[in-house]
Design a protein around this ligand. Structure first.
Ligand code: SAM
Length: 411
């Protein structure tokens, strides 16, 4: 079977591309990355420096005409998590649904306008997506599943914590795959039982094995139209119906709770530390230690709002310094820079306490060393990229399993 042609949206510094092309079975034919509200397009510059400028677009995806995007087999991306409510009635409003600036609708537009829509979709997002917004838990994901159903896709999803499969970072993200009606994977999914697909026969289960946790499989139909789903889904409140594993085919959602079943040796924070002496700027100066200790510590105190109202504030302590014998905590976009913080990683070394280097942050996402190194790009920016990116081992694993599945089914 030939390599699958990939279109990479919201490409950042290329996490999907690295993971998929690593397998040898995928080739990116077009990519797009644009950072709103900044003149310097740092992530796009890194992307072009690593992969070349050809077939890369640095334009707001909302303004890219679908005709500029070549045909592809699989559309991938980690899109920003936003409010997906549908603002307009859909009747007679072909192409324009949802609010401007909501990037899901750019993905939707590309799929719906392509004469030959991609057979496969592969997206990543924060796991909060399954539960948002807080006033109508699960509505956003329901809108997404329904719109994909209308476009002819079946979907399977799973929340995966990379560290549970031997990767160096505890990063919990929802990954979902879409199979177009015209694909053999869609037909295979339609034949299988939802539970079997989610726990053993599906692509994600084959990439990252799980077992079903106690509790019944929950099923329901997304039978209303998009506007009604947007307006009324889970209006009465309560928990999101979407559990950490699920599928949706022909508008029928099936979801259950699963747990990683494979115990793999952990990759720990100490495994990814750079050998040799670290840059001086990473070390925490003696005089700043009290501030770090305070921020990382447990607190119970009275605070005051700007308007002068007093309130009780409490939070637990963070492990400080970070445990070296475990996978790291999640990298966030504010990981870089010298200022003391509750969330930045701090490790104890022979020379003293220090923050992580840009290369160490890249290793936590399994990127190649110095992938984001480029003249004019600060360490803080490099940390920001990694906070936005993903653990590429997860993409590689799902990519391999998908290719294997397609090959088997098409034999
Ligand atoms: C969650 S990050 C994805 C990071 C990527 N997976 C990686 O490995 O680096 C989302 C990306 O979407 C980009 N983005 C936000 N709005 C955009 C728009 N309107 N058009 C194109 N890209 C956009 C952001 O700049 C950011 O790099």
């Amino acid at each position: 079977m030939q390599q699958l042609k990939v279109c990479e949206l919201f490409a950042g510094v290329g996490g999907f591309r690295l993971g998929l092309e690593d397998t040898g079975n995928y080739r990116v034919v077009w990519s797009n990355q644009w950072e709103p509200s900044t003149k310097m397009q740092h992530a796009s510059l890194v992307y072009e420096a690593r992969f070349g400028a050809e077939n890369h677009s640095n334009q707001n995806i909302e303004e890219v005409p679908t005709s500029a995007i070549p045909d592809h087999d699989i559309l991938v991306g980690g899109f920003p998590c936003q409010d997906y409510s549908v603002a307009t009635t859909l009747k007679n409003s072909k192409g324009l649904i949802g609010k401007k600036g909501v990037l899901w609708w750019s993905i939707h537009r590309i799929i719906s306008e392509k004469k030959t829509p991609p057979k496969y979709l592969f997206f990543e997002n924060v796991d909060r997506l399954l539960k948002s917004p807080s006033t109508q838990r699960g509505r956003d994901f329901a809108v997404m599943l329904k719109s994909l159903d209308e476009l002819g896709y079946a979907v399977e999803w799973r929340v995966i914590n990379a560290a549970e499969y031997g990767m160096p970072q505890r990063r919990r993200r929802v990954f979902f795959l879409g199979y177009h009606k015209s694909s053999s994977a869609y037909k295979a999914m339609a034949k299988s039982s939802p539970e079997a697909w989610m726990t053993s026969e599906g692509t994600i289960a084959q990439a990252f094995p799980v077992f079903k946790e106690k509790g019944a499989l929950c099923s329901f139909e997304l039978s209303d139209d998009l506007v009604s789903i947007s307006e009324s889904f889970n209006k009465t409140g309560g928990l999101s119906p979407f559990l950490n594993t699920g599928s949706c085919i022909n508008g029928k959602v099936s979801t259950l709770k699963t747990k990683a079943s494979q115990t793999m040796p952990a990759t720990t924070l100490s495994d990814i530390l750079e050998n040799g002496s670290a840059d001086e700027s990473l070390f925490i100066p003696e005089e700043e230690l009290p501030k770090w200790t305070y921020l990382k510590g447990a607190k119970k105190e009275i605070r005051r709002t700007k308007a002068g109202f007093e309130y009780n504030y409490s939070e637990g302590s963070m492990v400080f310094p970070d445990a070296l014998d475990q996978p790291s905590r999640t990298i966030i976009t504010g990981e870089g820079g010298k200022s003391p913080s509750r969330f930045k990683h701090v490790v104890q070394t022979r020379k003293g306490l220090r923050r992580l280097s840009p290369v160490e942050l890249e290793r936590l996402n399994m990127f190649p060393d110095n992938h984001t190194q480029l003249a004019g790009i600060s360490d803080t920016k490099r940390a920001f990229f990694m906070g936005n990116a993903l653990v590429i081992g997860v993409v590689r694993g799902i990519g391999e399993a998908l290719f294997r599945k397609i090959k088997e089914l098409e034999k």
